[in-house]
Design a protein around this ligand. Structure first.
Ligand code: FEO
Length: 386
């Protein structure tokens, strides 16, 4: 059973979703997803965010268990994405005297998502505003575009708890036995990656607070070694590589481009590159490929030519890289084509649209299949990247 006790006054009331097929309609979550929600019990009671509609029933039961017959005074809405705000209407209708707390953009979005009359029941807050619950005081900190415009985080001053919205969250149910870094990194780059500048701004504001506990809307409650997680967020949001290594991402039709990619992996390992990750863009999780692209300082793209363009999986990968602000990396290219190889040029053009990308030379061209005569150029590329 989950530990729902964060402190005497702060309780976890969220739920795990293990039936979900795709989070946000696109990300595989083999270990499910946690939708976190909390309640603060004081003279006044505040519920901190609601839950996805698929878990409304379980969440209401959890909440009732902690309320023990009392009625919430406030619902703080830190983020309107439906994985958290899906049950706002249900709660507002269940407790007609409860005040909903948000900022101006929150209420605009509530009006768009729900037919719900909150007249006389809203409290609009802005940067730095506080709300006393008795011995607990909530301080609101705006975090726009992490990763929606209405996002705000809440610092509870007496227990020094940061209710961090999506920040510091991860994929995976709360009872998933897995490393935080891997699924937090995949979550960060795919969902928040585009908004590094905004995360940097929030980290600067957070640096002025004495934070003892981080309660994210996803993943475990963080109570120890907080500097570790904050450092990771600082690295990720500044687009600096986390590790030395090379990701080789290939899009291969019949396996010939794949063979060249695997040969290069061998050559890079021989040249002493500490970590070489290889991913098949047609078959492996593209969200993980994106995560590894940001994790390492170097990358190789290997693609067949198809219909005069790139094999579509590479085109899609480059689209995601651009959308998430991929930058500050060195990238090598391998193209393959049987009569008019074009993928190398097209990949280079796509990379030119990203900031501070260095294309390693030479670009290797394979004609149909890798042959001994191609090894020289592959070795040169390995040396340029080592
Ligand atoms: Fe967890 Fe952006 O919602």
């Amino acid at each position: 059973m989950k530990d729902t006790y964060i402190s005497e006054a702060i309780r976890y009331v969220g739920a795990d979703d293990k039936e979900i097929d795709l989070f946000e309609g696109q990300y595989v979550v083999p270990n499910g997803m946690a939708y976190n929600s909390y309640v603060i019990l004081d003279e006044k009671i505040a519920v901190m965010d609601t839950i996805d509609v698929h878990k409304t029933g379980e969440w209401l039961e959890n909440l009732a268990r902690e309320l023990q017959g009392r009625t919430p005074d406030y619902l703080v809405v830190s983020h309107m994405e439906p994985d958290h705000a899906g049950s706002v209407k249900v709660l507002a209708e269940k407790y007609p005297k409860m005040t909903v707390v948000g900022n101006a953009k929150t209420f605009q979005l509530i009006g768009q998502f729900f037919e719900l009359d909150l007249t006389g029941r809203t409290l609009t807050v802005k940067e730095g505003d506080t709300l006393s619950l008795g011995s607990h005081t909530l301080q609101f900190i705006m975090a726009p575009m992490i990763h929606w415009p209405e996002v705000m985080v809440t610092y509870e001053q007496s227990e020094k708890v940061l209710f961090a919205a999506d920040a510091f969250g991860k994929f995976g149910a709360l009872d998933a036995e897995e490393d935080w870094d891997c699924e937090a990194r995949r979550y960060y780059f795919n969902i928040v990656g585009k908004y590094g500048a905004q995360v940097q701004m929030l980290l600067k504001k957070a640096a002025n607070l004495d934070i003892q506990t981080i309660c994210s809307l996803h993943g475990p409650i963080l109570k120890e070694n907080l500097g570790y997680y904050i450092d990771k967020y600082n690295t990720w949001s500044s687009y600096e590589p986390e590790d030395q290594g090379v990701l080789i991402a290939y899009a291969s039709i019949y396996g010939n481009t794949k063979a060249a990619a695997l040969k290069l992996a061998e050559l890079l390992k021989e040249a002493g590159v500490p970590r070489v990750a290889v991913t098949d863009l047609a078959r492996d999780d593209m969200a993980e490929a994106l995560e590894d692209a940001f994790r390492y300082d170097r990358m190789v793209l290997a693609a067949s030519t198809y219909d005069g363009g790139m094999f579509p999986f590479m085109e899609e990968f480059l689209h995601h890289l651009k959308a998430k602000n991929y930058q500050k990396r060195t990238v090598g290219l391998i193209e393959n084509g049987s009569w008019a190889p074009a993928s190398g040029k097209l990949m280079r053009v796509a990379l030119e649209g990203m900031k501070n990308i260095t294309v390693a030379e030479p670009v290797v061209t394979i004609k149909s299949s890798m042959k001994d005569s191609d090894l020289g150029k592959l070795k040169e590329l390995a040396e340029a990247l080592a």
